[in-house]
Design a protein around this ligand. Sequence first.
Ligand code: AMP
Length: 283
Amino acid sequence: MKEAARQARTESRIVGFVPTMGALHAGHLSLVARAKRDCDPVIASIFVNPKQFGPQEDFTKYPRTLEKDAEKFAAAGVRALFLPEAPEMYPMGFATYVSVEGLSERLEGRTRPGHFRGVTTVVLKLLEIVQPHFAYFGRKDAQQAKLISTMARDLNLDTEIILGPIVRESDGLAMSSRNAYLTSEERIAATVLHRALAAAREELAAGERDAARLQSSIRRVLDAEPLMKIDYAEVVDVDSFEPVARVTSSSYILLAAYLGKTRLIDNMFMELRDGSADFTFHL
Ligand code: AMP
């Protein structure tokens, strides 16, 4: 992989990279489509990274659909697919980790201790191997995207991190490989995450700026769904990822909740463009 990527760079081509854990859906493929606008070749990877799963998490049952994934990536125009194995990525004696302090321990990191250390370590390794000019990540995993951008800046990586919007099913559920775990009853109930964010968007559009009031209306919508158990619902500034009391700058509303045994996350990105007093909502 290193040799192939190096060859492309010496030919002065712009290398784009889309790392995934496979079980592909339209969210992953939207990142490939975005990468193809800027880059040639586009390289993708599939690696179900053991280091980002907790001991009680779903590493062994995470969906693995390699043949279909390879077809989908090829049809989308991916020129090279990198499929490392865990023993090559983590040889005996592997001892070096990278973690972004602070934010890694909050929100997702509080419920999933060690998760982000595994994510940033594998992403740094993948970026070192491929050395792409651009790497593409989804806003579906907003906190992950923020941590990766912070790591790239802090460690002077030569890769520019580009974020793509969330791709949703027609009923609003954010696409996720983990949606495959939902029973048909849970699948119907899962739309409540999107409905809660849509309710917040209505309130924001009507002028509400108080984060606590937005959070309580989100919780009201989520609590009305008996199958749903909230993990967190927070309003954070888009740059600092610190909770805000009032929504006055570009922000995220971040949600995590359990449906049965399945943990789902979702978010809404609210963008305040320079000189504008109104938010653009990305939901
Ligand atoms: P994963 O395979 O879940 O590790 O995801 C690989 C990449 O796809 C990550 O950058 C995710 O943020 C992104 N991604 C996953 N789901 C979506 C979605 N519904 N919309 C956009 N990007 C997504």
